[in-house]
Design a protein around this ligand. Structure first.
Ligand code: HPA
Length: 264
């Protein structure tokens, strides 16, 4: 069988990829900045089947502000099929294409009044509140992945520098993974706050675990689309998430472009 890596090399060339970028809810349009082919996930064996509206299931390979990147326009979430390892082949492919670094983005609810909707949060760490792990069933000792510095100090520093250069606030905080697809209750949000959470969402954590397993350095940024349940009077919905994500996306795009130009 032809692998995803072989298909991508045939269609987009064999030059190594420097960086991978996973786009979260409402952020798919950032892929337009990539100068190169968009390959449908359906053409790539092992890539996820994405069923969530507001996502763009294509892999964009090419130049983004001078750096050769692979942009994943969409992810499969755990809540779609109950598979925490849904992104494993996609991330293995990224590693096989030569990438060293991965930047993950998502939409999230904020637990912190000083990080309101429209703002961004850089993940300093996460809590796997879901408890599911994408490495369950992995037979090798490589499964015992240390997570002490899971969120790369090097990438976080570089992203913080890019944000400062763009005068965009980028506070750090702890992201809690909730399975979804239902949103949290106010009592659950009070609990997550007690546990040390700063934001809550339905993704990212399995991808960070897989990235570390594969030897990729990883950093993640949340675009805050709402205050978490019970923390404001605003109704929480997926439509609201999709409507609010572009506010943060504009800032995220400036930070990423600055980061890539500094790398180039
Ligand atoms: N909870 C979980 N996931 C989310 C939220 C939220 O409040 N907002 C956007 N994604």
């Amino acid at each position: 069988m032809t692998t995803a890596t072989e298909i991508i090399r045939a269609r987009a060339g064999t030059a190594p990829i420097r960086l991978g970028l996973i786009l979260g809810s409402g952020l798919g349009h950032l892929a337009k900045a990539v100068d190169g082919p968009a390959i449908p996930y359906a053409d790539l064996p092992g890539f996820p089947h994405v069923s969530v509206s507001g996502h763009n299931p294509h892999l964009h390979i090419g130049d983004f502000d001078g750096i050769r990147v692979a942009v994943f326009g969409a992810r499969e979430h755990y809540y779609e099929n109950g598979n925490p390892a849904a992104m494993r082949v996609a991330l293995e492919t990224l590693r096989d294409l030569g990438a060293r670094d991965l930047i993950v983005t998502n939409a999230a609810g904020s637990l912190r009044p000083d990080i309101p909707p429209g703002d961004l949060m850089l993940l300093s760490d996460h809590i796997n509140y879901n408890g599911r792990n994408p490495l369950i069933g992995e037979p090798t000792d490589a499964r015992f992945v240390p997570m002490t510095k899971a969120h790369s100090p090097r990438l976080r520093k570089a992203l913080a520098r890019a944000a400062a250069a763009e005068s965009i606030p980028l506070p750090e905080g702890v992201y809690c993974w909730y399975s979804g697809p239902s949103f949290e209750t106010p009592a659950e949000i009070r609990m997550l706050k007690l546990l040390g959470g700063d934001a809550v969402g339905m993704s990212t954590v399995p991808e960070v675990i897989l990235a570390r397993f594969l030897g990729l350095e990883v950093a993640a940024i949340s675009t805050i689309t709402n205050m978490a349940a019970g923390l404001s009077d605003e109704a929480i919905s997926h439509d609201h998430t999709k409507a609010m994500a572009p506010l943060g996306a504009a800032k995220l795009e400036r930070i990423l472009r600055r980061y890539l130009r500094d790398l180039a």
